[in-house]
Design a protein around this ligand. Structure first.
Ligand code: SF4
Ligand code: SF4
Length: 363
């Protein structure tokens, strides 16, 4: 695995997840500097940006048009944070019922109605825009920097690993997705494990058939299952936190099972891919999309690029791409130099590969 010195530039994950990730990637994950959340990279602030920005978000929502499914062991810490967003979660927990949130032994998740709204509005362009979808745990709404996260130290796998833009383009996005897959698997398994520690002999009340919408959010625990716990709901979640936080990484892997090892392998392979010195050779251009053509600069999106994963390149670079015709990259660069008088930097070639403008030619 490449030895990346990222000590001063490590992405800030929730404490528990940072600790786990460092057991796999000792240097941590380099910070996604282009996702500038305090001055949101997706928000158009000036009239000019409003005219030109592609897929601009609403400054009053940013990307927090999402209702996270928070596992019990994170809820146990989040409800004790002193922010208005965390107090909303505590309110759900104390009341136990809400049209917004399912409060079960498994954690706090959106109701089927709320996630149905997300599916409907999100799939019709509301992601990052619709204030009705704003996360209930968001704080500082309406301020210059806001909205911010009211449960930042205890946010879930999706919120911890989502970035609208990545320094390493699609390659970086795939790495974060691999980490998300690992954490999601851990969340699902460890929250059940925590229940089993505190409810050792569950009866028939524990599970009920999930609705279609609930199936994928793992919240199909019957509210009546709380009868297995004699304390408060808040204390149950705190007890889950204590159980999970006491586990070493090796114990987490052992609890979570064989699949975790596969996800860890996926994370390590993607990390090597992004931060290793080599990249595939030979290369060829992909069927990339031109987003905005200009005389001097052109914005393009590589194959498989996410909605905001664009890259702006000198327009003259585009006519050099056909040189990448499956021959060794060093030969291609020599030809470009001798025939076009342009010295292409290997780092730029790497960037074109990361952003899906070039792809390996030997498959
Ligand atoms: S990740 Fe979200 S808050 Fe951060 S810059 Fe991107 S859209 Fe804005
Ligand atoms: S939990 Fe925090 S990061 Fe996640 S959607 Fe809500 S406010 Fe945003």
């Amino acid at each position: 695995m490449p030895d990346v010195d990222v000590s001063a530039e490590v992405e800030g994950l929730p404490t528990l997840y940072q600790h786990w990730l460092q057991s796999i990637l000792p240097g941590g994950m380099p910070r996604e500097r282009v996702a500038t959340c305090l001055d949101c990279a997706m928000c158009a602030r000036t009239p000019e940006e409003q005219q030109t920005m592609i897929g601009a978000h609403n400054p009053d929502t940013k990307c927090c048009t999402y209702f996270p499914n928070v596992p019990n062991y994170l809820v146990g810490r989040a409800i004790d944070v002193d922010t208005p967003g965390a107090r909303v979660m505590l309110g759900y927990v104390e009341s136990g019922t809400s049209s917004e949130a399912n409060v079960t032994l498994h954690g706090v998740a959106p109701t089927g109605k709320r996630s149905g709204l997300y599916d409907l509005v999100g799939s019709t362009g509301g992601f990052g825009r619709d204030p009705d979808l704003l996360c209930p745990y968001a704080i500082e709404v309406g301020t210059r920097e806001g909205p911010l996260c009211g449960i930042w130290e205890h946010r879930n796998s999706v919120c911890s690993t989502y970035f609208c833009k990545h320094v390493n383009g699609g390659s970086g996005r795939h790495l974060w997705m691999a980490i998300r897959n690992l954490f999601r698997h851990i969340e699902s398994s460890l929250s059940w494990w925590a229940i089993a520690q505190l409810v050792p002999e569950p009866g028939p009340l524990l599970l009920r058939p999930p609705t279609q919408q609930e199936e994928r959010i793992d919240s199909a625990l019957s509210p009546e299952a709380w009868t297995y716990w004699s304390g408060t709901r808040a204390d149950f979640y705190r007890a889950c936190s204590e159980k999970v936080e006491a586990l070493s990484w090796e114990e987490v892997v052992s609890v979570v099972g064989f699949k975790a090892a596969l996800y860890v392998e996926e994370v390590c392979a993607n990390y090597d891919h992004v931060y290793g010195e080599t990249f595939p050779d030979p290369l060829r251009p992909t069927a990339f999309t031109t987003i905005r053509a200009g005389h001097d600069r052109t914005t393009i999106q590589g194959r498989g690029g996410g909605g905001s994963e664009h890259v702006e390149v000198p327009t003259t670079l585009l006519r050099l791409l056909p040189y990448f015709d499956g021959r060794p990259t060093q030969d291609v660069l020599s030809d470009i130099k001798s025939q076009e008088g342009v010295g292409l930097d290997v780092a730029l070639v790497r960037k074109l590969y990361d952003f899906g403008i070039l792809e390996r030619a030997d498959v």
